[in-house]
Design a protein around this ligand. Structure first.
Ligand code: FES
Ligand SMILES: [Fe+2]
Length: 453
């Protein structure tokens, strides 16, 4: 068992600051969410130029294991090589363009095209064609290869970039790289995987995860008063106590104080769920905090600091006190948002629809560490999940199943906003300071489009 040697005591303010960013603050007009022309510009100048988080390394542990994910009109095939590295290719046969695989994942010695059986090795070489002597220009074997896409791995994920001249992933991620490295997310396991097609542009989704201004309205528990809601679910969502950062590389970080009782206390001051349960998990008696819910944050930090490493959470030693309780929301440009908790990685991603700017593919996953000996269920956005459960990736139409309570609440908003984007009555946005990261997302998109001109 790891020893608790860290005993670090670094408050939020000690985290290195990200540079100040100037927000130009232009109006976000409806056409950005509806126009095919604008979507086409985003495709050519953003999606095909940036690093995108696609597969997960532990979905393909052995040589020949592969995974396929779509981004807009493209499908990317990621394959574990014999030497353990991962390569990514466009999922396209070089004979007459058939997609090589249509499933989400699998294992292959070679990829045999379903149209005329051309066979491609795991490392993208063509090593068999039917009737090889029938090619007047000579056999394509040894000549043709699958078209490779830049690919790197970080935090257990496979990242790809369709721009062969791109910067490295580490450069692209900037300060996010260091922030995430200490958690050893690569060893975490997926406990929720839900995907649906949302009837809105991908930016409707990402705008939403770039601000917490909507929380008091959209995620308001029944009967709660709005003041109290600031500390709903054990997190203080008020912009006044939230720390906002924006990196030069275009990514955002928003830190909300966690371990808060607030409205999760009843009128007698008893700590409500889920906070009470979290306290119990860490050998704290919620009764001891009756009437002084504001003390739970520090108590939880101390308990995790003291007990965490011995329970298999060795990385707690690398975290500052704030990271032991607070919600670290990251938005990675352009399409990935994660709430990183001390023991959970809430993965939210919006991918553009292949043809329709008014739809997108929306993923909601949850990853959690799985230390030996820990038996408590994993607390996820979609409820408690028994540890060790092998979960299926659920892909469904919107409304057919729940994505998890909070996300379902967000999803009730998206269709109405999307419809309003094509209204002549919408005159463009009017944003609050705490929505700066929404502006920044759009300004970066414009910069990518502009730079290409
Ligand atoms: S298109 Fe792949 S073998 Fe013909
Ligand atoms: Fe929300």
């Amino acid at each position: 068992m790891a020893e608790n040697v860290g005993q670090t005591n670094r408050p939020v303010a000690d985290l290195p600051s990200w540079p100040e960013q100037k927000i130009r603050g232009h109006k976000l007009e409806g056409h950005r969410y509806t126009s095919k022309d604008f979507a086409e510009q985003e495709w050519s100048h953003v999606w095909t130029k940036v690093w995108l988080l696609l597969g997960a390394e532990n979905e393909m542990p052995n040589p020949g294991d592969w995974q396929q994910e779509e981004v807009g009109r493209e499908s990317i095939l990621m394959v574990r090589q014999d030497d353990g590295a991962i390569k990514a290719y466009y999922n396209v046969c070089q004979h007459r363009g058939q997609r090589l695989v249509s499933e989400e994942k699998g294992h292959a010695r070679r990829f045999i095209c379903p149209y005329h059986s051309w066979a491609w090795t795991r490392d993208g070489q063509l090593d068999f064609v039917q009737d090889a002597d029938d090619f007047p220009q000579g056999t394509p074997c040894g000549k043709l290869t699958l078209k490779e896409v830049r690919c790197e791995t970080f935090a257990g994920f496979v990242w790809i970039n369709m721009n062969p001249d791109c910067v490295t992933l580490k450069e692209y991620l900037g300060p996010v790289w260091d922030d995430w490295s200490v958690y050893r997310i690569d060893q975490w396991k997926r406990y929720v995987a839900k995907t649906t097609v949302a009837p809105c542009n991908w930016k409707v989704v990402m705008d939403n995860f770039n601000e917490s201004y909507h929380v008091n309205t959209v995620h308001k528990p029944k009967g709660a008063n709005v003041e109290k809601l600031r500390i709903h679910s054990g997190v203080d969502t008020s912009y006044k106590t939230t720390r906002f950062d924006m990196a030069d590389e275009g990514h955002g970080r928003m830190i909300m104080l966690g371990g808060y009782a607030g409205p999760a206390t009843d009128k007698d001051g008893a700590i409500g769920e889920p906070l009470a349960d979290i306290l119990r998990d860490w050998d704290l008696d919620p009764e001891d905090y009756r009437g002084r819910g504001e003390d739970t944050r520090e108590a939880l930090q101390q308990a995790r600091r003291r007990l965490g490493p011995g329970r298999g959470y060795a990385y707690f030693n690398e975290l500052n006190d704030s990271q032991l309780t607070d919600a670290y929301h990251y938005t990675l440009f352009p399409n990935f948002a994660v709430s990183l908790w001390v023991d959970g990685f809430h993965f939210l991603r919006a991918r553009p629809h292949p043809t329709d700017p008014e739809q997108c593919i929306f993923d909601n996953f949850w990853y959690a560490p799985d230390p030996d000996g820990v038996t408590e269920p994993v607390r996820t956005t979609a409820g408690l999940v028994e540890r060790g459960t092998e979960i299926e990736h659920e892909v469904f139409s919107l409304g057919e199943k729940s994505m998890g309570l909070t996300i379902d609440q967000d999803l009730t908003i998206f269709p109405g906003q999307q419809r309003a984007m094509s209204s002549s009555g919408y005159q463009g946005s009017y944003l609050a300071g705490q929505e700066s990261r929404v502006s920044r997302l759009h300004e970066l998109i414009d910069d990518f489009i502009e730079e290409s001109r």
